[in-house]
Design a protein around this ligand. Sequence first.
Ligand SMILES: [Mn+2]
Length: 383
Amino acid sequence: MKFVHFSDTHLGKKNFKIDEREKDFEIAFKKVIDFAIDKKVDFVIHSGDIVDTGKPSYDSINFLVSQLKRLKKEDIGFFTVPGSHDVAPDGTIISVLDRVELLVNVGSKKYYKSQEDKVILRGEVYKNVFIAGMMGKRSKIIDFYKKLVPKFEESKFKIFIFHHIIHDISEKFGDIPKEVLPKGFDYYAGGHTHTKYIAPYEKGIIVYPGSSEIWDIREKEEKGFFYYDQKIEWIPLKTRNFIEIDIRISGSPEQITDKILNKIGNSDGAILLIRIKGKLTRGTKSEINRNKILEMAQERGYLFANIYLSDLTNPDEEEIDSDEKSLDEIERDYLKKKKYSGKNLDIALEMIEIFGKKMNQTDLEKATKEIIKMGELIEDKIN
Ligand SMILES: [Mn+2]
């Protein structure tokens, strides 16, 4: 028995609004499907977040359907559960694709049956493998896990697919203690965290492949997926290169522009992120010649360049001692000061990313609250 396990492919994600970045996510997805077909695996497991939004574009849907059809033609099953990103208020593309039999959503409501204070968990037997999963529920999740009683069927291998982070990975952002995962499976196929993680559990193993592309510039680890054939093997995926340069300088807008231009080397398609720290001795930040810098970066072979000036102090301001803090840490510190913590902090950071830092504090708080409320309302509808 052979299978491929991947996760968090986020089709439709488009960092910096660059078309090529959307393609990068498709390329990563296709590489996994190519591999699965080449190795003639029995089936494919995806642990959720196939697409980046609950309402994916027709381009994303077309691409996804074409890849699932390739598997179908080779008689390779595709098993998944809806991830947090796959879901819209009125449903999920995952259940549509299940209906047309291009994949199997083992997180569908039909696999769960309440019985007194327990929930009987059923699954599918496919090529002598039992595959079950956890529905895309977000609230009271620990209690729900505790109630699960798997109804195993005759099979030589048992897989449980889920889209929650165990506390061992992150005490802060974790959803569940691993001890609530139903016992008796051989392979626990996890998703949601974008970082690779493996740990033994009971008689089986917990496996998170992480995301298949760099979804957020804070994700710096190698991307890839797992291939199971008697033993488990990590298959790396070559992803878009991100190059980050920190420049500490004090000077005029012209001096800063020149300094940046001097720092731009050659590249074959990387994304360049330049962070400027220091003090502007005269003029304004807008006088730094962004266009010239971006043109130069493109001439030198970069796909895209972005310049961050929030650590650059204006001539009339006190210089802030930002140490060597990353942008992420600065945002995080700021939000913590505003009493964000745990999941809300995470959501707020994601929203800052999404809304391009244009949202003010009140709107951000309002939107965060709305999102949390919406999450609780919609989760009954998604399975
Ligand atoms: Mn994800």
